[in-house]
Design a protein around this ligand. Structure first.
Ligand code: MN
Length: 232
């Protein structure tokens, strides 16, 4: 029997609608730019830039409905409302046509970002970890199974801050749809059950402050909420 020198960390996991068991999370992949209008607001060219990825540690997961402290080291903490995919079977070098079958469930996600640190790193050609891969940076709603809702190709994606709409778009505006993302990512990784993919945010990203209340929705999938607490 394996023994550990200190108590092993709990397995990060997500609730699944209609299931008693939790979905254990191993990896969190994020697509960098996947809506044309957001690519432009970040200074990119949606016609030219290919998709790219960054990751967050699984222990950055926060369930919807909670409160997180305003994170250290930033004065420009941003919301990014996103559709999330949950992988349900192993795939490697899967075709676009077959990729959809690997998606077990969908969810709403918030890719919380220390924008000032991300942009400083980007402009120096450095990794984005300080801006993206920090504590409490991956907010996730309950998962809803594709077996129950199908594979939504369109529908409103929206985020409100303190009741005001900040981000609004439609899933049909995704540059790369989820089958294309799963296929593309599987050229580089052996995707496994437990892998989440945050598929990118539409335009309208912006800062949040202590006391702010975030409420997001994706038609046919669900809702997500988060309260921003004081800085620690
Ligand atoms: Mn994002």
């Amino acid at each position: 029997m394996t023994t550990y020198l200190f108590p092993a960390p709990a397995v990060p996991a997500a609730k699944v609608r209609g299931e008693a068991g939790l979905y254990p999370v191993s990896r969190i992949f994020c697509v960098g730019r996947n809506y044309a209008a957001h690519t432009r607001e970040m200074g990119g060219d949606p016609d030219r830039d290919p998709p790219f990825y960054f990751t967050k540690p699984a222990n950055a997961l926060v369930p919807s409905g909670g409160q997180v402290p305003y994170p250290p080291g930033t004065s420009n903490y941003h919301h990014e409302m996103e559709l999330v995919l949950a992988i349900g079977k192993p795939v490697f070098r899967v075709s676009v046509e077959a990729a959809q079958d690997a998606i077990y469930a969908y969810a709403c996600g918030l890719d919380m970002t220390r924008r000032d640190l991300q942009l400083a790193a980007r402009d120096k050609g450095r990794p984005w970890d300080l801006g993206k891969a920090f504590e409490n940076a991956a907010v996730l709603s309950e998962l809803v199974k594709a077996a129950d809702i199908g594979h939504p190709r369109d529908g409103l994606i929206e985020l409100k801050v303190n009741g005001q709409v900040k981000q609004t778009s439609d899933l049909r505006e995704l540059i790369w749809n989820y089958a294309e993302i799963v296929s593309h990512l599987s050229q580089y990784y052996h995707l496994q059950p437990g892998d989440l993919i945050y598929t990118g945010t539409p335009e309208g990203v912006g800062p949040v402050r202590p006391g702010d209340r975030l409420e997001g929705t994706i038609a046919g999938i669900g809702t997500i909420s988060l309260t921003i607490g004081e800085a620690e």
